[in-house]
Design a protein around this ligand. Structure first.
Ligand code: SF4
Length: 488
């Protein structure tokens, strides 16, 4: 079976709306629906009416978690939503977001949804536990919520200053009290966040595609380090933390995570991905008959490769669009038959051809050999693999579930060894310089740590905790049992 298990997985999509007179829960539902690609494990919506707030969360896709009854229950003029792929914290329903905590000063509820990962999770957690905080979940998102709930200060600006001075790492947040919506982006700007105007109201989303689906014009991206506060007095913006020495927008958002119809750092992603493919063709030319892309994410790059190389683009792999996460494993007979549940190869397109396959990444190296094999079994004469990213040599600590260093194939094998492993006739990776040029960003505004091992901030403690992987698994298991024991 070709599963999705070898793809880097994004942590979360977040959405928020402040719009008196609108059905904010329904808007949030459809916003999350457009952000489903950022996380398929659980989803949640919280809504507030000025006095109190209500929340509904559940495991599964957005369309599986909510029904009309839920949306009717979630009344008010403010809502936030979250769709999750677990990173810190395992995939159990108690880790679904939005997370709700009580404000230490007023006793009022605060709901929070988070995209990203803190790198100083353990230190902060120990601090908060020493202050008597009892954690309900194993997520760093709950940690941020408690930090804010306990933050001293007479104003929200002072309280966010307290939180953002302590939280290190990646965090794009939507936060809601009964009468106020906040949109927050960490000073490094690792994860995207944008804001749009809905009449007199406002909508915040991880990606601009979610705004466009709702007919909401995008106003701008939330700036790194910015907090936008929206309430009955309108919207105001402040920068509570000192600016980071450099920015670190995740390059993988350009390569893979964000939808090609989203704008990121001022640019539409579709032509950026085409340019990645074109650059790949310049760096790793090959004599071939057709170019195909691994659907859906690598298709724009494959089109760019084809255009630059002059080799015709064809659809050689068809994706079963309804494959999601399944707990039903194929039996031995299905496995032995080598049937792909995710892709099907088009024999008539591939048979007898020298084929270039464009894909966006090789993580562990478990899926790519199966794709190559599928194309060969469809009759391809030669298979040339081209990857629109440099080799991934270091894990991500900023909210992407990739793998530990031990599991990353490029951390342990040369390009030639990987070529042999995947069974391709040739293999070419996009250079880091070529990748950065295609993104149209300045190199010092991007995070490229998974390609370089150079992190924008110190992550040494986390690296220690992740190697070897079994230790990480033990740590998470210990945290979970700790929480279970502490829960009534
Ligand atoms: S390490 Fe890689 S995946 Fe993680 S934020 Fe940096 S560029 Fe993105």
């Amino acid at each position: 079976m070709i599963s999705a298990s070898d793809e880097p997985r994004e942590a979360c999509g977040i959405f928020g709306v402040y719009a008196p007179g609108e059905d904010v829960a329904r808007l949030t539902f459809f916003g999350l629906y457009a952000l489903q690609h950022r996380g398929q494990e659980s989803a949640g919506i919280a809504a507030a009416d000025g006095e109190d707030l209500a929340v509904r969360t559940g495991m599964g896709l957005v369309s599986q978690v909510f029904d009309e009854e839920d949306l009717a229950f979630l009344r008010g003029h403010i809502a936030i939503g979250h769709t999750r792929y677990s990173t810190t914290g395992s995939s159990v329903v108690c880790n679904a977001q939005p997370i709700v905590v009580r404000d230490g000063a007023t006793g009022r509820p605060i709901a929070l949804a988070h995209n990203g990962n803190l790198v100083n999770y353990r230190v902060l957690r120990e601090d908060l536990e020493a202050q008597g905080v009892q954690f309900e979940t194993t997520t760093d998102s709950e940690l941020i919520a408690h930090l804010l709930a306990l933050a001293p200060g007479a104003t929200w600006e002072e309280r966010f200053h307290y939180v953002m001075r302590r939280a290190e790492g990646a965090y794009s947040l939507v936060i809601m009290t009964p009468d106020t919506l906040f949109a927050v982006r960490d000073p490094l700007g690792v994860r995207p966040l944008c804001i749009g105007r809905l009449g007199e109201g406002w909508v915040v989303a991880s990606e601009s595609c979610a705004l466009e689906h709702l007919g909401v014009p995008m106003e701008r991206e939330v700036a790194p380090g910015e907090v936008i506060q929206i309430d009955a007095n309108g919207a105001r913006s402040f920068f509570p933390a000192a600016p980071a020495p450099r920015l670190a927008l995740c390059t993988f958002e350009f390569i893979y995570f964000a939808r090609p119809d989203s704008y990121l750092a001022g640019h539409l992603l579709y032509p950026i991905r085409e340019e990645m493919g074109a650059q790949l063709a310049r760096e790793h030319p090959v004599d071939a008959d057709i170019v195909i892309g691994v659907p859906d994410s690598a298709v724009p790059a494959a089109i760019g490769f084809a255009r630059e190389s002059g080799i015709p683009y064809r659809e050689g792999l068809v994706k079963n669009r309804y494959v999601g996460r399944t707990f039903i494993q194929p039996d031995q007979r299905i496995r032995e038959a080598g049937v792909s549940l995710k892709f099907n190869a088009l024999h008539e397109v591939l048979a007898g051809k020298r084929v270039v396959i464009v894909d966006d990444s090789i993580v562990r190296g478990t899926t790519t050999p199966r794709v190559v094999n599928l194309v060969r079994r469809a009759g391809a004469r030669e298979v040339h693999m081209r990857i629109t990213a440099p080799p991934i040599v270091s894990p991500c600590f900023f909210g992407v579930d990739m793998a530990t260093k031990w599991e990353l194939i490029a951390a342990n094998k040369s390009v030639e060894e990987i070529r042999q492993h995947i069974g391709a006739d040739s293999l070419g990776y996009l250079s880091l310089e070529g990748l950065i040029r295609a993104t149209r960003q300045s190199p010092d505004t991007l995070c490229n740590a998974c390609f370089t091992g150079v992190y924008p901030i110190d992550v040494q403690m986390q690296m220690d905790s992740l190697e070897p992987p079994s230790e990480r698994a033990r740590e998470l298991a210990a945290l979970e049992s700790l929480n279970r024991a502490g829960r009534p």
